[in-house]
Design a protein around this ligand. Structure first.
Ligand code: F6P
Length: 347
């Protein structure tokens, strides 16, 4: 088989280990692998598909590197007139028998569209947000949770020294996995996630908690907020910048800064905000993300060999399984309610 592989959407640690696993596993079985550059964008123009051959030498040592050697984009072929036809023609032009798409829900929605038209596709879930439906593990999440934990540990010592309040804004457009894991691991005082709407009563409760903390220990507090949380009062910030999948650029909204300003005004305390931004998804993958990438890469090639098309390899109760791609699109896996209980008990 001649197998294409691409990475789409926001990059994250774990993509390169998955690419390496695909190439090593496929090459050993006598298949050829072609890397598609910049996600679906690389297949958008049949006259000039962007690709590079990937052999064992090309992936040597990449397992320890963050990002993706193939590049990525948020190109949405479903929104482009003739986009899926263009991808099919590009696959033919490259002589591909099959394709492995590594991505989050947006990238996988395009994969599902192509699979529904008969393309031989398997998919691998990734996103540091950890919210792809149908799997308990997305590449990039473990590394991001570790980075956020370390950042909170560092913020904690300076916040304590100055008896301040810290707001830490983390990624998570629709799901609070990163906020919950970082916040629980970092022992913070409040964790705000998109799954739990914040109303005026909730905001009052956080203010009361911060105020009560003034007389406990060093008197400092830390609040972690997901970028996707909506405040009950307008922050005044707006954004009109949308990506091709119609998502607003949440870094421009700046909910962390808005919350810090609100808390400062309401408590009279000194409140500082740190937005961790792309630090959260840069750098080397953790051991867990490398191993998950390796398991997914091996399983994706095996699925193609078995003729299992239109599926996403997924983690369920520790095992790698296959989930129909048609079930994955358009849904998000929000934070498991079991974590809400822990957050409630400890903040
Ligand atoms: O990959 C998902 C994500 O991490 C979201 O949490 C975030 O809103 C988005 O990517 C930001 O990505 P970029 O700045 O690359 O558009």
């Amino acid at each position: 088989m001649r197998i294409g592989v691409l990475t789409g959407g926001g990059d994250c640690p774990g993509l390169n280990p998955a690419i390496r696993a695909v190439v090593v596993r496929a090459s050993a079985a006598g298949h050829e692998v072609v890397g598609i550059l910049d996600g679906w964008k690389g297949l958008a123009t049949p006259d000039a598909p962007a690709s590079r051959p990937l052999d064992r030498a090309a992936v040597n040592g990449i397992h320890a590197r963050g990002g993706t050697i193939l590049g990525s984009s948020r190109t949405n072929l479903l929104k482009r007139e003739g986009g899926l036809e263009a991808a099919e023609a590009s696959m033919r032009a490259l002589g591909l028998d099959a394709l492995i798409a590594i991505g989050g829900d947006d990238t996988l929605s395009v994969a599902a569209g192509l699979a529904a038209r008969g393309a031989a596709i398997t998919a691998i879930p990734k996103t540091m947000d950890n919210d792809v439906w149908g799997t308990e593990g997305c590449l990039g999440f473990d590394t991001a949770a570790n980075i956020v934990t370390e950042a909170i540990d560092r913020i904690q010592t300076t916040t304590a020294s100055h008896h301040r309040v810290a707001v830490v804004e983390v990624m998570g457009r629709d799901a609070g996995w990163v906020a919950a894991w970082g916040g629980i691991a970092g022992g913070v005082d409040a964790i705000l996630v998109p799954e739990v709407p914040l109303d005026a009563v909730g905001l009052d409760a956080i203010i009361a908690r911060i105020t009560a903390r003034r007389t406990v220990g060093d008197g400092s507090s830390i609040v972690v907020i997901s970028e996707g949380v909506k405040l009950p009062v307008s922050s005044g910030a707006t954004t009109t910048a949308l990506d091709e999948f119609g998502h607003p650029r949440l870094d421009k909204v700046g909910v962390g800064d808005a919350l810090a300003e609100l808390l400062e005004a309401r408590t009279g305390l000194e409140v500082r905000c740190t937005r961790l931004g792309h630090l959260q998804r840069g750098g080397a993958p953790s051991a867990a993300d490398r191993v998950l990438g390796a398991r997914y890469g091996v399983a994706a090639v095996a699925a193609l060999e078995a003729g299992h098309f239109g599926v996403m390899v997924a983690l369920r109760a520790g095992a790698i399984v296959e989930v129909p791609l048609a079930e994955v699109g358009g849904r998000n896996r929000g934070l498991d309610p079991a974590y809400h209980a822990v957050v409630e008990a400890l903040t």
